[in-house]
Structures are given as structure tokens and as C-alpha cells.
Ligand binder design. Structure first.
Ligand code: MLT
Ligand code: ZN
Length: 469
């Protein structure tokens, strides 16, 4: 990288916060998908003022900037090239005291999701976005990708839980959006525009997050289920049940076996079907509500649709049951190269879609193992392919590409989206046309030009933007 640029960068963030070794440039140039990337240098600013000065410097030198946080993304949205500066915000990790009256908290972008949860828990409140990667993922990334997670049925996606954002434009100008107001009906909502924009419009440095009380009592059910018809049956029963649903997750028995063998966790269910459903519900304080739930449960167990089931009431039993679902990503990650699809289809068509996608997998016969899991209750299944045959990365990707070419047209017939929650990054940008119309994409171009006329912010992500210079 230009030595004069590096010298000025060191003057802004301090010499020890500019990293240039190959190992560090690799480490900060890619996310959990291991999509190949290496940045030209890494800058670790400590404040919004430093971020602002770095962006101004990059604009002056026309150096592309790749903003990042915990780097747990799953779409290649922080994949860098050696011409780029990786701008990592993990050192911006201040959390202000909770505003218990307004039920909000102001945080910097580098605070981890888990640190935020622990901070708010002391005040009896929570930011209800819950992700398997919460120990490492950071708020800036959660907002830039509009994170979803395992409680979307109950609480929605990250964008619902934000009342202010501070961001830095590519010019270095700092903007404050919405000032924490509950209501602000004054035209375009730029705060919402930045959420999910994957660092292509501005760099989020701080946010005011909305909080709510966590459920006082919850109950977790883990059911072993024969097939997709029965899974759908169970979901219908849960939907009409007399309690509040927080999560309805599913995973194949194959995923469970992977978690058991790779992470050493154990499932207590004795009789196993092809699928599992993990259901988290909020339980009211009154005994008649508990009686109704017990009746509901016994009717369901008598329906013949459940192979085996357990109800977890204590927090340790609930953590154990959730550990089976939340361990899937890690169990695959430690087993080799993985290709991930995070699709969304209308909820009522989810079972049909999964059956057809699995039939396609059998028909096309690619050399890779398929693991199916995800957020059934949102119509948001994950298809993961593992390179269990030890193919070279090139062979593996060309196998998966064969499947992908058939998968997305199938998804289109279900009016689905190519990304439910992980975002587009570099991995799905060729397929965005399946989810967005030409009119939408031409507005994307205009929006990008308005924020970043020289195309310096996270280039090559979401779509290929045509820039003015
Ligand atoms: C999950 O649902 O566990 C996350 O989206 C991560 C993943 O898909 O691997
Ligand atoms: Zn997910």
C-alpha cells in the first residue's frame, strides 16, 4: 500500500493499530465463510473521530474501505482485496448505562451482542436479537446486515430494535440519525436505509438500541419428527396454541449427529426421526395457563406425529437443548469447507420447498453432504453443503455451483428470497436479480451514488455498482 497513506494512517490511529503482516491482513480480510480475501492493511480506530479521519484520508487517496466488526458474517460481505483497507471497529466498545425509563441503551459498533445482553440483563431488560454467533458478533455488524437469529417470530429482525444511529460518510462527515426518538415522521428514513446496507453506504459507529423485558418464564420443547408433513402439522398446532411463541427451529437428524460427534453434545431423545423441532415458548404466570399448555402438549404427543419429545423447564435443560441447534454451524465449520444457503420462502410453503430442494439434491447427485436446518417458523431454511469427500476447493465449489444453478430457479417458483438473513455480500450478488426487480436495482444504483460517488465503501458487495469516476 502507498507508504504515504500508511504513514498518515498511523498518525491517526497510532502505529500499533495499523496492521500489515500477511497473517493479520488475511485474518481481517475474510469472514466465517472463508471466502478468499486479503486486505492491503488493517486499521483499528478507537473513536468515531478516528473513523472519520480515516475515511477522509481514504477519500483523499482513493483507497477502498472494507468496514468490519466480529467477522462472523456468512455472505462474504467483508471480503477484501490487497488494494483495500480493512477498517475494523472492534475497539469502539463503549456501552452507556441503560436508560430504564426510555428502555434504550447507547452502544458503540464494536460491542459484542453477548456483552450487550449481559449489560442489559442487570437492569432486567434485553436487546432481543439472539444469534448463535453472539459471543463474537458485534452490534455494528448486526445492524449492517440486519441480523435475524432464532427469535424473529416473536421480535422481528434487528432493524426493529434501533432508535438512533451515528454513522460516518465516506467524506468523513459524521451523521446522527433519528436521535433516539420513538416517533419521527419527517420523510425518508435514512436510519432504516443504513440497516442491512452491508457497509456500502456509510460506516455505522454508534447506535441507540431499543430494549424490552425478557420472558419471565419460558419452556423449550424438543421433538423428534418423522417427516416434513409432520413438522408442518406441529407448526400449525403451535400457531393455534394458547401461548406466545418465541422460536420454532428445525434441523435434520444428520445435523444432530454432526453436533453429537464433533462437539460431544448429547441429545436425550431415545427414538429419532428424520427431523427435529426445537420450540421455545413464553409461559404466563397463572396456573390455568400451565394447565392449558400441559393439555396441548399431551394432545400433540397423542397425535402420532411425534416420535419422541421432551420439555425443558430449567435453564440448564433449556441451554442443553438449544446447544444442539446452536452448535450446528460450529460442528460443520470444524469438519471442512462449507457452502451455505439462507433462503426464505412463504412460511406455508416451507415444507413443500424443502421436499423439492432435497429431491433436487438427490437428482443432481453432487459430491457433497447436505445438512438442512434453520428457522422453520419464519420460512427461512438453511441448506449447508459440506466438503466431506475431501475435494479440492475448486472441485467442491464447481459441484455446488451445479446444484445452485438449479436451486435458485426452484426458489423463484416459490417466490422466495436468496437471502433471509445473512445478506448478499459477494456470495449472492449474482443472484440478487432473483429477489429484486430491475426497478429496485436501478434505485440501488442511485442511492449508492448519492452516498458514495466514487465507490470506495465496501466495493463489490450486494451488486456491482456503476460509479461516476
Ligand atoms: C443459524 O441459523 O444458525 C445461523 O444463521 C448460522 C448459520 O446459518 O450457519
Ligand atoms: Zn440462521
Amino acid at each position: 500500500m502507498n507508504p504515504e497513506f500508511l504513514e498518515k494512517l498511523r498518525a491517526i490511529v497510532g502505529p500499533s493499530h495499523v496492521l500489515i503482516s500477511e497473517e493479520e491482513r488475511l485474518q481481517y480480510g475474510r469472514d466465517w465463510t472463508r471466502t478468499p480475501g486479503i486486505s492491503g492493511a488493517v486499521a483499528l480506530p478507537k473513536s468515531t473521530q478516528e473513523v472519520s479521519a480515516v475515511l477522509k484520508l481514504c477519500s483523499d487517496f482513493k483507497i477502498p474501505v472494507i468496514p468490519s466488526g466480529g467477522r462472523t458474517g456468512l455472505a462474504g460481505a467483508i471480503t477484501a482485496t490487497d488494494r483495500d483497507l480493512a477498517l475494523n471497529l472492534s475497539r469502539l466498545n463503549r456501552i452507556d448505562p441503560v436508560d430504564t425509563l426510555g428502555r434504550t441503551v447507547r452502544v458503540q459498533a464494536g460491542v459484542t451482542t453477548q456483552a450487550l445482553h449481559e449489560h442489559c440483563e442487570k437492569e432486567g431488560l434485553t436487546w432481543p436479537i439472539d444469534l448463535a454467533a453472539k459471543g463474537t458478533s458485534e452490534i455494528g455488524g448486526n445492524l449492517s446486515t440486519n441480523a435475524g437469529g432464532v427469535r424473529v417470530i416473536r421480535y422481528g429482525m434487528a432493524r426493529r430494535w434501533v432508535s438512533a444511529i451515528q454513522a460516518v460518510l465516506v467524506s468523513g462527515e459524521v451523521i446522527e440519525l433519528n436521535q433516539g426518538l420513538e416517533k419521527n415522521n419527517t420523510g425518508y428514513d435514512l436510519l432504516q436505509l443504513l440497516i442491512g446496507s452491508e457497509g456500502t453506504l456509510a460506516v455505522i459507529t454508534e447506535a441507540t438500541l431499543k430494549l424490552c423485558p425478557p420472558p419471565i418464564h419460558s419452556r423449550v420443547f424438543l421433538f423428534s419428527i418423522r417427516d416434513y408433513e409432520s413438522l408442518n402439522y406441529v407448526y400449525e398446532k403451535v400457531r393455534s396454541a394458547p401461548f406466545t411463541l418465541t422460536s420454532f427451529e428445525f434441523f435434520s437428524d444428520k445435523c444432530l449427529k454432526q453436533v453429537e460427534s464433533k462437539l460431544g453434545r448429547k441429545c436425550k431423545l431415545e427414538k429419532r426421526g428424520a427431523l427435529l423441532a426445537l420450540i421455545d415458548v413464553e409461559v404466563g404466570p397463572y396456573s390455568q395457563e400451565k394447565d392449558k399448555m400441559d393439555q396441548w402438549l399431551s394432545d400433540l404427543l397423542d397425535s402420532g406425529r411425534i416420535e419422541d419429545g421432551l420439555a425443558a423447564d430449567s435453564s440448564s435443560d433449556q441451554t442443553e437443548a438449544w446447544g444442539l441447534r446452536e452448535g450446528i454451524t460450529e460442528s460443520l465449520q470444524v469438519s471442512g469447507l462449507v457452502r451455505k444457503y439462507d433462503l426464505c420462502v412463504p412460511v406455508k410453503l416451507c415444507a413443500d420447498f424443502l421436499k423439492e430442494a432435497e429431491a433436487l439434491y438427490s437428482k443432481i447427485q453432487i459430491q457433497s453432504e447436505l445438512f438442512v436446518f434453520g428457522h422453520y417458523g419464519d420460512g427461512s431454511p438453511h441448506l449447508n453443503f459440506l466438503n466431506s469427500k475431501g475435494l479440492s476447493p475448486e472441485e467442491f465449489h464447481s459441484e455446488i455451483n451445479r446444484f445452485e444453478k438449479a436451486l435458485y430457479p426452484l426458489l423463484k417458483t416459490f417466490h422466495g428470497s436468496v437471502s433471509a438473513e445473512h445478506g448478499v455480500g459477494v456470495l449472492k450478488k449474482n443472484w440478487v436479480v432473483y429477489s429484486r426487480t430491475p426497478a429496485e436495482l436501478s434505485l440501488y444504483q442511485a442511492i449508492k451514488r448519492a452516498f458514495d460517488p466514487n465507490g470506495l465503501l465496501n466495493p463489490g458487495k450486494i451488486i456491482d455498482f456503476s460509479i461516476s469516476s
